[in-house]
Design a protein around this ligand. Structure first.
Ligand SMILES: Cc1cc2nc3c(=O)[nH]c(=O)nc-3n(C[C@H](O)[C@H](O)[C@H](O)COP(=O)(O)OP(=O)(O)OC[C@H]3O[C@@H](n4cnc5c(N)ncnc54)[C@H](O)[C@@H]3O)c2cc1C
Ligand SMILES: *[C@@H]1O[C@H](CO)[C@@H](O)[C@H](O)[C@H]1NC(C)=O
Ligand SMILES: *[C@@H]1O[C@H](CO)[C@@H](O)[C@H](O)[C@H]1NC(C)=O
Ligand SMILES: *[C@@H]1O[C@H](CO)[C@@H](O)[C@H](O)[C@H]1NC(C)=O
Ligand SMILES: *[C@@H]1O[C@H](CO)[C@@H](O)[C@H](O)[C@H]1NC(C)=O
Ligand SMILES: *[C@@H]1O[C@H](CO)[C@@H](O)[C@H](O)[C@H]1NC(C)=O
Ligand SMILES: *[C@@H]1O[C@H](CO)[C@@H](O)[C@H](O)[C@H]1NC(C)=O
Ligand SMILES: *[C@@H]1O[C@H](CO)[C@@H](O)[C@H](O)[C@H]1NC(C)=O
Length: 579
């Protein structure tokens, strides 16, 4: 094997999801309520002000607009008409785009893992791999949600944005392999969470076009909703009178020209500000507004409204580890379609890569999920990842043999996880990423779940069902050595990176972008998502999760936006009982 395997893998990874065939024909819907923040008045008044037009914020705003005036403030732009968002084949493009206008904002956790957060209307649902799958009924019970309303809310979401994926040869082989090695029963296609192997839903339709949380705004009452794009919220404003609880009553935001605007709640009991800025944005904005650990806020010269030491605590990211398997046969391009739900707390999923399209497609420089541009797993060692080095790697990949691009990943994600970390401000600038630590594998149980998950992947690779997509002469240890030899993130490599499963988990850990926490139910908000210790303020998004729901969270994040919207309405309108 004269060719450096790391180079071939990098090239193969780079070729993943890079293919032709889909074009952007999605038209912007007729959203008369969607405007640039530059057109907003200096001061305005609403019944509800929602901060963050993301995966939870959009369904929430659509629902509340039925009966109240709602302002939805989103720091990013519109997802419509941008092929980097709407086309399945462009998965890596948005994540690779590091410009200030990009719909994704890269961050690197203190753990050294490269990660991304959304900056666009529709939030993470505009960037993600599309897998759509519900939380288990046990999860719903443990959280204390109303199961009937949960099911109705999932249905409301699914009607507009969830589809059955096309099952082609490679994904089918992974599914059959999982069943063959005992991840049973085979549950067929279902949104439901149950032990065994299943085909889940996707937010990509049959033409490979993405449907996002922003599409849920089609449910809105246009006369009850204002959506402002490029509206960056700097602060939640509180009224503090004597010893009474601080009352949230307005927000400061800046438009794309840097002009400052204020929006206030109309006078009326029950009117509220709702933070849906995501697991990084929500704890960050709470701190910038004076609700957080007092000493930390004082160190940044922020006036303390409420000393709340739990804001920014218990941040978690589910570790993901993968093995790359080059294929002798051509494979379809697929994002996640199949999942094996094991009894030991890890989920097995898979994505397959393109046969390098070449030609005019190479001008697009879109090399997919694991390209040198997205950073997680690449051919350029982390410390040398200068723009020039990355450009050179891209060029090298473009000229590599087509064979290098056949193959796919089987990955495992650790449930939970149990390990947690924390988030801190770096500055008072809301556009600058806070510093985040996830402490991957700090708890031994998370590491054990990873090891067990990798063992299942090994068996699937060696299964009869999968055999035609694997070279006979590449044994599992060789495949692992190939993956471990390719630089992953900013993590150190050891001699035993591929010989010890524990070390493999630690050295090749990536994110599957399901990070959550920071404003958890029970410590920062109550069961109705009301912020403890202040009035007229809720938080509704992934920052409130104690545990990531389902095998992948987006279905439940969208469901939660709808669910809480219906609950809030029914609390206020006795005549508006959920059907
Ligand atoms: C690359 C990637 C792949 C993924 N793959 C999958 C998958 O296949 N399946 C799955 O189920 N899940 C997947 N996920 C996870 C899922 O998409 C997220 O968990 C979910 O989108 C989080 O929703 P949220 O509402 O909590 O936050 P977000 O959707 O991030 O929404 C927060 C919004 O708030 C805005 N905001 C933040 N701060 C401010 C401010 N100060 N002012 C104004 N606006 C602000 C942001 O711009 C953003 O639009 C993936 C995520 C990523 C990034
Ligand atoms: C968009 O909606 C507005 C108001 O609801 C309507 O007047 C207009 O005709 C619509 N335009 C299109 C192209 O459907
Ligand atoms: C709330 O909105 C719904 C849908 O627009 C409507 O049917 C209902 O009558 C409204 N309720 C009240 C009390 O306004
Ligand atoms: C798509 O992403 C690429 C980088 O990956 C970027 O150069 C290009 O400008 C983006 N296109 C749009 C429409 O944002
Ligand atoms: C919700 O739907 C699931 C199937 O998707 C079902 O198992 C469960 O019983 C339903 N819950 C309620 C309360 O209806
Ligand atoms: C806080 O204010 C003090 C006094 O004005 C100043 O010296 C210090 O640099 C400020 N710290 C920050 C983080 O802004
Ligand atoms: C792993 O690959 C490297 C080259 O990348 C090689 O030096 C090493 O011997 C291999 N180890 C095993 C255990 O195969
Ligand atoms: C792998 O080797 C390193 C030293 O290179 C050692 O510290 C570590 O404990 C080893 N890991 C395992 C799981 O044995």
């Amino acid at each position: 094997m004269g060719v450096g395997w790391w180079r071939l893998i990098g090239a193969a990874l780079a070729g993943m999801l890079f293919f032709h065939g889909f074009c952007s024909s999605e038209k912007a819907p007729n959203y008369t309520f969607m405007k640039q923040a530059t057109s907003a008045p200096y001061i305005s008044y609403y019944d509800y002000i929602i901060i963050g037009g993301g995966t939870a914020g959009c369904p929430l705003a659509a629902t509340l607009s039925q009966n109240y005036s709602v302002l939805l403030l989103e720091r990013g732009g519109s997802p419509y008409g941008n092929p980097n968002i709407t086309d399945l084949g462009a998965f890596g493009a948005a994540l690779s785009d590091l410009s200030p206008k990009s719909p994704s904002q890269r961050f690197i956790s203190e753990d050294g893992v490269i990660n991304a957060r959304a900056r666009v209307l529709g939030g993470g649902s505009c960037l993600n791999a599309g897998f759509y799958t519900r939380a288990s009924t046990d999860y719903v019970k443990e959280v204390g949600w109303d199961g009937r309303l949960v099911n109705e809310s999932y249905g409301w979401v699914e009607k507009l944005v969830a589809f059955e994926p096309p099952m082609k040869q490679w994904q089918t082989a992974v599914r059959d392999g999982l069943v063959e090695v005992g991840v049973v029963p085979n549950n067929g296609f279902t949104y439901d969470h149950m032990y065994g192997t299943k085909v889940g839903g996707t937010i990509f339709d049959a033409d490979g076009h993405r449907h996002t949380a922003a599409d849920l705004l089609e449910y809105a009452n246009p006369s009850g909703l204002t959506v402002l794009l490029h509206a960056n919220v700097h602060k939640i404003l509180f009224r503090i009178k004597g010893k009474a609880r601080p009352l949230a009553h307005g927000v400061n935001f800046r438009d794309a020209s840097g002009i400052k605007h204020k929006a206030y709640l109309k006078i009326g009991s029950g009117n509220e500000i709702i933070v849906s800025a995501g697991a990084l944005g929500s704890p960050q904005l709470m701190m910038l507004s004076g609700v957080g650990p007092a000493e930390h806020l004082k160190a940044h010269n922020i006036t303390v409204v409420l000393d709340q030491p739990m804001v920014g605590q218990r941040m978690s990211d589910n570790p993901m580890n993968a093995i790359f398997i080059p294929s002798p046969l051509p494979v379809e391009v697929s994002l996640i379609q199949v999942v094996g739900i094991t009894h030991f707390g890890s989920y097995i999923e898979a994505a397959s890569g393109a046969n390098f399209a070449g030609g005019s497609q190479s001008d697009k420089k879109d090399f997919g999920m694991f390209s040198p541009q997205t950073g997680q797993l690449s051919t350029v060692p982390p410390k040398q990842r200068t723009p020039e080095a990355i450009a050179k790697a891209v060029e090298t990949m473009s000229s590599l043999d087509e064979a290098a691009f056949k193959g796919g990943f089987i990955l495992e994600k650790v449930m939970g996880p149990i390990s947690t970390g924390h988030l801190e401000l770096r500055s008072r600038n809301p556009s600058e990423n806070p510093s985040v630590t996830f402490n991957y594998f700090k708890e031994p149980q998370d590491l054990q779940r990873c090891v067990e998950g990798i063992k299942i992947i090994e068996k699937v690779i060696d299964s009869t069902s999968f055999s035609k997509f694997k070279y006979d002469y590449l044994s599992v240890p060789t495949l692992m050595n190939m993956t471990a030899s390719s630089p992953v993130n900013l993590l150190p490599r050891h001699d035993n990176s591929s010989t010890s499963l524990e070390q493999y988990c630690k050295d090749t850990v990536m994110t599957i972008w399901h990070y959550h926490g920071g404003c958890q139910v029970g410590s920062v908000v109550d069961h109705d998502h009301k912020v403890l210790g202040v009035d007229a303020l809720r938080i509704i998004d992934g920052s409130t999760f104690n545990y990531s729901p389902g095998t992948n969270p987006q279905a439940t994040v969208m469901m939660l936006g709808r669910y809480m919207g219906v609950k809030i309405l029914s609390e206020r309108l006795a005549s508006d009982e959920p059907k």
